[in-house]
Design a protein around this ligand. Sequence first.
Ligand code: ZN
Length: 308
Amino acid sequence: MQFLYTILVFVLLSFGSFGQEITILIDPGHGGSDPGHEAADKNLLPEKDLTLKIALKFGAYLSERLENVTILYTRTDDRYPTLDERVNMANSKNVDYFISVHINGSPNTNIKGTESHVHSMSSKASVNLAKAFENEFKTRAGRKSRGVKDSDDREHSLQVLKFTEMTSVLVECGFMTNVSEANYLNTSEGQDVIASALFRAMRGHLQETHKNISFTKRAVNTANNSKPVASTEKNYSVQIMSSKEWLDTEKGGFKNLKHAVSRTQVSQTGYRYKYFSGTFSSKSEAQNYCNEVKKSGFPDSIVVERKN
Ligand SMILES: [Zn+2]
């Protein structure tokens, strides 16, 4: 009996705050046939590529650094989910937060700065989170903040904000049409700074709002227990390598891969980082991509199952 009791306590403890998890759906704006705003300089990436890079970095920070959060994306590669599909995903997956990432554009190329949009100023949680994003953009990221705006300011509604049933904010991380901002957002460093501003604001908001949940990562997380967690919705990715040192996923051979590379810290010592590329719903698709990746200079690549 004592033994069973011990097991029960252990099981409960391993679920942290009794299974309470916060789910965040990150929505990289545009994609596929819809490039979004394009930079005047054709050597620079269009909005759809930058929103994806920033969104993936933002999500990686959250899942690497926080406990009890689940990160979902409306897309993780260059495809276009319709606005309805994005809204449906948010409303059907028990999502607590919906964060849409965009980059602005204007006929006036002098205009620059960040904006955080909510549907209505009366949705307090969304407004608070939007303020937190703008505050981080302004202070730590050193951007010009153009403030929090709602549908009255815009004189129109944004579908992904109006119809999502949870706390939702759409961030505009700068202007594609402003030369210096477009250049900045095209650098890996610029994307990192924006993504970490989003991360810090989100972390602060979570800690403030859900005081009963611990978001602090417990220290021990060795390579062995970092196996992807089983879930009813499985997907597959290609684990391309591990490293002892932090490597920039935008540099070197990573750049040549078809799908963006994400980095996950799996332990505190030794081969601390693992690198993944691509998300696939079928194992055979993942295996095909894995074979390609092996030929592109990552011979140790393997297909892994990941939690959706
Ligand atoms: Zn956009």
